[in-house]
Design a protein around this ligand. Sequence first.
Ligand SMILES: Nc1ncnc2c1ncn2[C@@H]1O[C@H](COP(=O)(O)OP(=O)(O)OP(=O)(O)O)[C@@H](O)[C@H]1O
Length: 233
Amino acid sequence: MIEIKNLKKVYNGVTVVNIPELTISKGETIGLVGNNGAGKTTLFRMILDLIRSDAGEVLSKGEHVGQTERWKDYTASYLDEGFLIDYFTPEEYFYFIAGLTGLSRAHTDSELEAYSDFFNGEILKKNKYIRDLSKGNQCKVGVVSCLLQRPEVLMLDEPFANIDPSTQIRLKNMLRQINHEAGTTTIVSSHDLNHVTDICGRILLMEKGKIIKDIQTDSNTKEELEEYFSVMQ
Ligand SMILES: Nc1ncnc2c1ncn2[C@@H]1O[C@H](COP(=O)(O)OP(=O)(O)OP(=O)(O)O)[C@@H](O)[C@H]1O
């Protein structure tokens, strides 16, 4: 589904991403972990063609993301609140995003009903602009806007960081469900080892731009990661 070959990004003479080869297959659930500055967001941004690499390439379904637009039809992402449109209300934003994939307003309203627990009464019919929502509630808007698109590839950068524990559990269930029902390929970064090992079948551990561990999740994975991070202290 996604192939990375000899990918490099350099800032101010420092190589911040350096991945000789990485293949992510359709339906995989990838957890991306690594300390601050490891290169996770930079990798996301290159996969999404938001920044250009200094060397190498990212292919989605065999096509170079910098040379074709087709991957945009089946990829949804939420990296940060910069992805939202501040002067819209959540409803306006959802209608806008859903409209891009041909969903009517009525259909969007009925889809949104499924997220009422996740929204916890804070998002819809509040007469608030997105800019006035809390960081966690902005994250909810970003995540649901991705899910409305029914993407084949879903990329979320630290989606658990600002949301409360109940919402974290709900989000994990939602991510499990879309992977199970639709086979969505999911890449989620997080500093919370519990969350990623709970929901991801494969963990990529980044350090200084390199993927230093590529682990199929099993009952020992969390311990293995905890050991790595405790050694790092
Ligand atoms: N536009 C930029 N200009 C210069 N350096 C940058 C730029 N963007 C990222 N970097 C550097 O690249 C490195 C990787 O940053 P990145 O944001 O990808 O890390 P991360 O793993 O997502 O970190 P965190 O866990 O803190 O979010 C860091 O050293 C960062 O300072």
